[in-house]
Each structure stands twice: as structure tokens, then as C-alpha cells.
Ligand binder design. Sequence first.
Ligand code: AP5
Ligand code: MG
Length: 217
Amino acid sequence: MSPMYIVMLGPPGAGKGTQAKKLAQELGLVHVSTGDLFRENLKNETELGQLAQQYMNAGELVPDDVTVAMVKERFARPDCEKGAVLDGFPRTPAQAEALDQLLETFDSEVTVVPLIKVPDEILVERLSGRWMSPSGRVYHEKYNPPVVKWIDDIDGSELYQREDDKPGTVRRRIDVYNEQTAPLIDYYREKGLLAEIDGTQPIEDVFAAIMASVEEV
Ligand code: AP5
Ligand code: MG
């Protein structure tokens, strides 16, 4: 089987990270989240982290050249040759073209693009109740609570709330998605790769719908 490259598309809070982690585990692929990579750089106080922070906290996108360079570096690691679940990348038409070129160098291409659709009112509630583990596992105080409050189920680390999950920043992130990322919906639809998923269902049902779209490829 040729390697699969699955692009998770959808607004902030749609469930990209939640589903990407499950998919990667189920299919034995790596999970590549540009948001997680930026947050890792932030925590390690790298130059890239410092640069990204100002954009992230404002709810704006990190510039394309910086983001694409980071993804290229990640793809240079051999684990990406077997395929990947991409979460939060691409986010602009320029990034989508850069990804196509990058996969071409592997003699590969994007396999399928699940679009997780969730109305704006629900996004705000999901993000304000989200708790994250330092390694990027995602919880929700109501919809996906950890066994012990504020503690990661797997490694026991302390959960935190993201700086950019404040209501004002969330609203800006949704606008940025509509302005800069939503054009990718047509981009992938025209290539016949888009699979529209109802993201308002429970997590397991969303997962089943995404798996069905992957198996159809
Ligand atoms: P990033 O980390 O990618 O954030 P995002 O796209 O805004 O998406 P989120 O992570 O907020 O949401 P999600 O869809 O992953 O939802 P989740 O599964 O957590 O990016 C952050 C920032 O980094 C950007 O703003 C930008 O500055 C920068 N950046 C990143 N990539 C970039 C790029 N390519 N170019 C430029 N800049 C970039 O779920 C949300 C909550 O809902 C959780 O609490 C979860 O438990 C809950 N939930 C999930 N599914 C369900 C369900 N079915 N029912 C009920 N609750 C659910
Ligand atoms: Mg995420």
C-alpha cells in the first residue's frame, strides 16, 4: 500500500487534534500538528517559538515561509515516509501548494481531506472547556474529561488551558480560518479529495465517519 497523507481540515475547536491522534494510532501513521510543534518550540524557548508566540497569542497565522520551513524539517525525519496525519497544516493556499510539492519529492500526494464541520457557537464552548496535556493530548471538562481532574490519563502530567483559548482570541481565530483557510475547501474539493464530516456528533461517531472516508479511498 502506498503511504497515506491525510489532511485534517476544519475551524479551531472542530476536533482536528482529537481525531488526528486517534487516526494516527489506528492507522500506524505519525501525527504532525503544526500547532503542537509551535507550542513545543515555545516551551523550549527556541527562536522559532519566540517568533511564533506573538502570532499565536493574537490568533493570527505564523507566516507561511516560517511554517513551511518547519514542516519540511519535520518531513525530513524518516517516520514521515510511511505517511502522516496532518493537523493544522496546510492553512493557506500557499501552504497547500508547498505541501503538494513536498509530497511530490516523495513521489506521493495528499490521499484524503476530512473536513470537520462545526458551527461557530459550538466552537467557542469547546475551546473554553478544553484542557491540554503538555504532549498535546486533548480533553474537555464536559465532553471528554480526564479520569482525574487536571491530570493526563496516560502519563499523569498536569493539564493546562491554552493561552489562545480566551474568548476574544477564539473569535479572531475563527475569522482568520474563514478568511485564510476556508479557500482550501474548494481547493481540495476540486481535486476530488474532500470528505465532509458532521463534527457535531460524539467523538466516536466523528471518528467512525472519518475512518469510513479513509477506507473509501
Ligand atoms: P492549532 O493548534 O492548530 O489550533 P487550531 O487550528 O485553532 O485548532 P485547535 O487545536 O484549537 O482545535 P482542534 O480542531 O484541534 O480541536 P480539538 O481536537 O483540540 O494552531 C494554533 C495556532 O498556531 C494558530 O492560531 C496559529 O497561530 C499557529 N499555527 C498552527 N498551524 C499553523 C499553520 N499551518 N500556519 C500558520 N500558523 C499556524 O478539540 C477542541 C475541544 O473540543 C477539546 O476540548 C475536545 O475535547 C473537544 N471535542 C473534540 N471533538 C468533540 C466532539 N465531537 N464533541 C464534543 N467535544 C469535542
Ligand atoms: Mg488542535
